[in-house]
Design a binder for this molecule. Sequence first.
Ligand code: GLY
Length: 378
Amino acid sequence: MTAPLRASDLITVNVALGTRAYDIAIGRGLIATLGERIARLRPGCKAAIVTDETVARHHLAAAKAALEGAGIGVSSVKVPAGESSKSFRMLEQVCDGLLAARIERGDLVVALGGGVVGDLGGFAASVVRRGVDYVQVPTSLLAQVDSSVGGKTAINARHGKNLIGAFYQPVLVVADTALLDTLPAREFRAGYAEVVKYGLLGDADFFEWLDVNWRDLFAGGPAREHAIAVSCRAKAAIVARDERETGDRMLLNLGHTFGHAFEAAAGFSDRLLHGEAVGLGMTMAFEFSARRGLISQDDATRVIAHLAATGLPTHVKAVPGGNWPTVDAMMDLISQDKKVQRGQLTFILVRGIGQAFVTRDVDAAEVRAFIAEKLGAR
Ligand code: GLY
């Protein structure tokens, strides 16, 4: 792992997808450059900003000013903050807003917000006029290192989360790391779980570096830009190899199979944020791998100690509220995972720190016993 870059350095990561390749620009204060970047990319375009009410209070004025300063006509569509906005109703509202703003094929949608806005705005862009280009301006750590990169867009359905959507790549991602200064600490920490994930799944050196430097990252020092860049580079490489998740991209789901079941059991609520569920799920993936003799208990313990030091929940019992569903209900949630194929569970396990792999060779009874133990057995 190289030394951290200076805070003033702008980092550009390219997502190499042929004619649909795009850049991720990472750095402090980049929102001020949004207009000039977009004007260079699409001379003469109009832009519609899709955002939520909370992000709008903090950052909409700056984004608008940057676009208008570059001579770009801007309109905006606001949705309520929170997961419930990833709905058919809000999709309709956003599409209506984009059409009312006369956004045409040569124009741009700008998704300004966290994962919810990125998923919803990106999906609306993919269907309005059969597709208009969009730019991601992620405002949460989780969105900067994960959801804004790679073109997964979606809303939720009655049958589950993210079940209606499209792979639709943005034309640019602008990650202004200063926007993270206003994030609540809990949300920042939850996003950090997705940062550690890149070390744990494929880059042991990055994990070692994070173990030393995570405090600087949280404090907003130069480690923050460096960690976001390493994460985006890792994700860009995986997406370039497997855009539509038929192989390697599944590795990005490390911690998500166990984590998602707990997130669903908690009702996708504030009780357990997505990133917290991923942290918890990674703890379980490492413990489960150790139990199968794939890695040493020492390695699993090191990973869990790191996650715990940052304040992430590393045990089901640390999640407030108690009262988890029965083991059978948890198994039902696990078997509804999108990675299930022909009834077979898919797990991302590890052969070491930085050595994740995808496996279908996991017996449901073994998972059941493990979950029962975690829940304190019922
Ligand atoms: N968040 C996982 C992926 O983008 O594939």
